[in-house]
Design a protein around this ligand. Structure first.
Ligand SMILES: [Zn+2]
Ligand SMILES: [Zn+2]
Length: 424
C-alpha cells in the first residue's frame, strides 16, 4: 500500500477544440497540444474520476467509490518523528465483500473525469475522506507495530506512544470502479472478473450521481487580461504584467496577497506560507518565546520580546524529512519581508501545498521545535491553534547545480527532493 506509483493519466476532451488531451492527476493546467489553449483546472471539492469500462454492456452500471490519497504522513513520537510518503487507494463504500483497494489498476488505464453523462448509473455512497482516514492510519499503524516488535525490546514499548499523526500535502480524489450484477455476482466491468464473495444486490444501498464543480478557467489575468504564468502542477498563477498572484476559488480566479524578498536578478523564488498562529496552551507569540520554546543557544535581546513570531511553511511538497527541516529553519530565521514586487521575468517555482494544510503544519512545527520534547508532547492534545494572518512570501534561492540554497536560512534543498515532492 505504500509503494509509490507513477502519476495517473486522465483523458479529457479539450474544452475548446474537443481533441483528446492527456493529463496527469497532479496537473492543474490543461494545455492542449492541438489548439494551444491553456486552462486552469479548478474544483471546490475532490476530483472525481472513473475507470472506463472495457466490457460492452447496455445495462446501467454500479459505480463503486474508492478514495485515492497521497501525501506526507507524519507520526510524532519520542524521541523522533517518523515520516513517510503514502500513496494508496482504499474503499470509499465500506463492505467486506468488495476489494479493499483498487490495486495497481489505475496506473494501467486512462481515467476520465466523472461528468453528468454518467448520471444514469447507480452509485454506492462513499464515506467522507475524514471518516476513511482512521482506517488508513490503522493500516499504517499495523505496519509500524510489526517493524517495531522486530526491532525493539518489550521494555521499550512505552516510548512508542504516538502524540500526533497527520497527513500533509494530501491529494485526495474519488475513483469509481464500474461493475454490473450477474445474478448474485458482481462483475468488475474493467477486468471482466467477478468481485470476490459478493452477496445479493439487495444488501447494497445506492445513491444518485451528485453534481460536483469542475471548471476550466482561461489563463488570463482578471485584472489586466495578460497571459498568466504557471507550471502545470501549480495551485497559484502569476501575472508577469501587473505582478499579481491568483488562485482558484469557487469557479473563479481569486487574487491572493503576497510579499517578495528581492534579491539578485538570477535568483529562483520558492513560495512559502508565512503565518501568524494564535496558539492557546503554549507561549509562542514572539521571537523571544520561540528562543525559550526551542531552547535556542542565543541570548534573548529585549526587542525580541516585542517581535511578533510568524511560522514559515514551505508552500511546496518535499521529501518529508526535508520538509520538516525547512519549516524549522525558515521559522527560526524570521526573514524580513518586502511588499509586493515586480514579478516579470522572475523564475517562480510552483506552489503545491494548499492553504488547508497550514494548521496541521503549525502543530507539526511545534512538535519539531519544542525542546525538551518529553515535556511538550504530552500537552499537545490540550493545545488549540488558529490562524489570524497568512500570506505567500516568494523567497529567493541561489540556483546551484544540484540544489537550491537560501543562505540566510541556512537552508539547502536538493533538486531531486523537490522533483520527488512534485509527484506527491
Ligand atoms: Zn484544444
Ligand atoms: Zn495582470
Amino acid at each position: 500500500m505504500e509503494k509509490r506509483s507513477d502519476n495517473w493519466k486522465i483523458e479529457h476532451a479539450c474544452p475548446q477544440c474537443s481533441a483528446p488531451v492527456l493529463l496527469e492527476d497532479t496537473d492543474r493546467i490543461l494545455s492542449c497540444p492541438f489548439c494551444r489553449v491553456k486552462l486552469f483546472i479548478s474544483t471546490d471539492s475532490h476530483f472525481r474520476y472513473f475507470i472506463p469500462p472495457k466490457m460492452e454492456s447496455s445495462d446501467e452500471l454500479i459505480m463503486i467509490p474508492y478514495w485515492r490519497f497521497r501525501g506526507m504522513h507524519f507520526s510524532v513520537r519520542l524521541p523522533k518523528t517518523d515520516s513517510r510518503v503514502v500513496d494508496a487507494t482504499i474503499q470509499g463504500y465500506v463492505s467486506s465483500s468488495l476489494p479493499l483497494s483498487l490495486g495497481v489498476r489505475p496506473q494501467a488505464v486512462k481515467l476520465r473525469f466523472l461528468l453528468p453523462e454518467m448520471k444514469r448509473h447507480f452509485y454506492l455512497p462513499e464515506l467522507s475522506f475524514r471518516e476513511v482516514m482512521p482506517v488508513i492510519e490503522k493500516r499504517l499503524l499495523q505496519i509500524e507495530t510489526i517493524n517495531f516488535n522486530k526491532r525493539m525490546k518489550a521494555v521499550e514499548l512505552m516510548s512508542d506512544l504516538v502524540f500526533y499523526r497527520t497527513f500533509i500535502g494530501e491529494t485526495s480524489s474519488l475513483i469509481y470502479l464500474p461493475a454490473r450484477m450477474d445474478g448474485n455476482t458482481m462483475i468488475d466491468q474493467v477486468s471482466g472478473s467477478p468481485l470476490s464473495g459478493t452477496g445479493p444486490s439487495g444488501e447494497l444501498s445506492f445513491t444518485k450521481y451528485r453534481d460536483w464543480r469542475l471548471d476550466f478557467l482561461p489563463l488570463l489575468c482578471p485584472d489586466c487580461g495578460w497571459d498568466l504564468d504557471g507550471e502545470r502542477q501549480s495551485l497559484a498563477l502569476v501575472c508577469p504584467n501587473c505582478s499579481t498572484l491568483w488562485m482558484g476559488s469557487g469557479g473563479n480566479l481569486k487574487k491572493v496577497p503576497y510579499a517578495i524578498i528581492e534579491k539578485r536578478t538570477d535568483s529562483t523564488y520558492l513560495p512559502f506560507w508565512r503565518v501568524r498562529a494564535e496558539i492557546e496552551g503554549a507561549r509562542l507569540d514572539t521571537f523571544a518565546d520561540l528562543v525559550r520554546f526551542s531552547n535556542l543557544p542565543r541570548v534573548i535581546q529585549p526587542e525580541w520580546e516585542g517581535k511578533r513570531l510568524h511560522i514559515w511553511i514551505p508552500a511546496f511538497k518535499l521529501q518529508p524529512r526535508a520538509f520538516l527541516a525547512a519549516i524549522r529553519k525558515a521559522t527560526i530565521t524570521q526573514l524580513p519581508t518586502g511588499p509586493e514586487g515586480n514579478l516579470s521575468k522572475k523564475r517562480i517555482l510552483p506552489l503545491t501545498l494548499p492553504e488547508e494544510d497550514i494548521e496541521a503544519c503549525i502543530r507539526l512545527f511545534m512538535t519539531e521545535a519544542a525542546i525538551p520534547k518529553k515535556r511538550f508532547l504530552p500537552t499537545l492534545s490540550d493545545i488549540r491553534t488558529g490562524i489570524s494572518e497568512r500570506e505567500i512570501v516568494l523567497v529567493p534561492f541561489k540556483d546551484g547545480r544540484q540544489e537550491f540554497i537560501q543562505e540566510d536560512m541556512h537552508l539547502t534543498i536538493g533538486k531531486n527532493l523537490l522533483r520527488f515532492g512534485r509527484n506527491i
